[in-house]
Design a protein around this ligand. Structure first.
Ligand code: KG4
Ligand code: ZN
Length: 333
């Protein structure tokens, strides 16, 4: 086994519908290739069987591209990191199987990574990065959490959603509006041309938790009533509806984030996960600087699922010799 943690590490991400591979040399990211599966767009969501089949086709080409871009061959790899969970079972199994096969055949240390930890640790790919402890609003398609990062693998969850995730709120609303999956980026784009003039019920829960299912219902009823009066209501008001939905979700995220900052006395804040690509959320979190916060917002390419973030977490685990055995299972939750 390689003892120097300065060699080349290959990272693989396959938890949902993107196959991705990245190469690190020490803590430096050399390549980060993502192959997005567009097949799900018209199907209204990710179809698990289709996703795993696509991973089977894509994984080898993305690894080869990542190696090529880094200018190295497979034989130069010294460690392999992969997403162990959470995610879709079939998708995870393809990435895990590939990583394990390679680790076994090349006698390399294997490093299983928690997808949500990796989303936060993406903040360490480029400088400046936050010092510990910091508060992170972790918002993706499957999770919405407020976490305090005490150290790379010491993540304290202080708030989480009790039903849908923030990304799901965007995606499900988009579905109602007839937008393609995933609707988050599309709502963001349309919202920029609209005015947030409609009011939706803000979900309310105690403490630092979140609930988004009420919002979905509120939007559904609102549209049903408006469509009774005007069948073309959605088409005629799409940009304003999108701006209103986005504002409701972002207001709510900010409310809980600021509550957590105050409750834990933390003024170092970060956002991560696919929804952190949202322009309104980024703008509003940036605004926390006005109340004296130190704010960390990722470049867009590190917000959505990518193997770079898995590799960053992998390098930190490699440094600590936190390895995974070949018989380790994947986990879906
Ligand atoms: O982190 P991610 O790539 O995958 C998961 O781990 O789930 O997040 C995907 C989610 C989707 O729900 C997508 O609609 C949302 O992130 N998303 C956005 C934006 N870009 C991606 N939501 C709002 N605005 C965006 N610009
Ligand atoms: Zn993710």
């Amino acid at each position: 086994m390689e003892k120097s943690r300065n060699g080349y590490l290959l990272a693989i991400e396959s938890s949902c519908d993107d196959s991705s591979a990245a190469i690190f040399k020490g803590r430096q990211l050399l390549s980060n290739i993502i192959s997005s599966q567009l097949d799900h767009r018209d199907l209204g969501g990710v179809v698990p069987e289709l996703a795993s089949r696509k991973h089977l086709e894509n994984i080898q080409p993305v690894v080869e591209q990542a190696l090529k871009k880094a200018g190295i061959g497979k034989s130069e790899l010294k460690a392999i990191a992969y997403t162990q969970g959470p995610g879709l079972l079939g998708s995870l199994l393809v990435g895990a199987g590939y990583a394990k096969g390679l680790a076994l055949s090349h006698q390399l240390p294997l490093i299983g990574i928690h997808h949500m930890e990796a989303h936060v640790l993406a903040h360490f790919i480029e400088d400046p990065h936050p010092r510990y402890p910091f508060l992170c609003l972790l918002v993706s398609g499957g999770h919405t959490q407020l976490v305090i990062m005490h150290d790379a693998f010491e993540m304290e969850v202080v708030g989480k959603t009790i039903d849908d995730a923030a990304g799901e709120a965007f995606d499900k609303t988009g579905k109602i509006l007839g937008l393609p999956y995933p609707a988050g980026p599309e709502i963001d784009r349309l919202a920029q041309k609209g005015k947030a003039r409609f009011k939706f019920t803000t979900p309310s829960v105690d403490g630092l938790n979140f609930s988004f299912s009420g919002l979905k219902t509120s939007i559904l009823y609102f549209l049903r009533d408006e469509k009774k009066k005007n069948p073309d209501f959605i088409e005629q008001n799409l940009t304003d509806i999108c701006a209103s939905v986005q504002k409701t979700i972002v207001d709510y995220l900010l409310l809980q984030l600021e509550k957590a900052m105050e409750q834990y006395g933390l003024d170092r804040v970060a956002i991560a996960g696919g929804v952190s690509a949202n322009s309104e959320l980024r703008r509003r979190v940036q605004g926390l600087k006005n109340i004296g916060a130190e704010v960390f917002i990722l470049p867009m390419k590190y917000c959505v699922d990518n193997a770079g973030m898995i590799g960053m977490a992998g390098v930190f685990k490699w440094e600590k010799e936190m390895y995974t055995t070949l018989d380790a299972p994947v986990f879906t939750k």
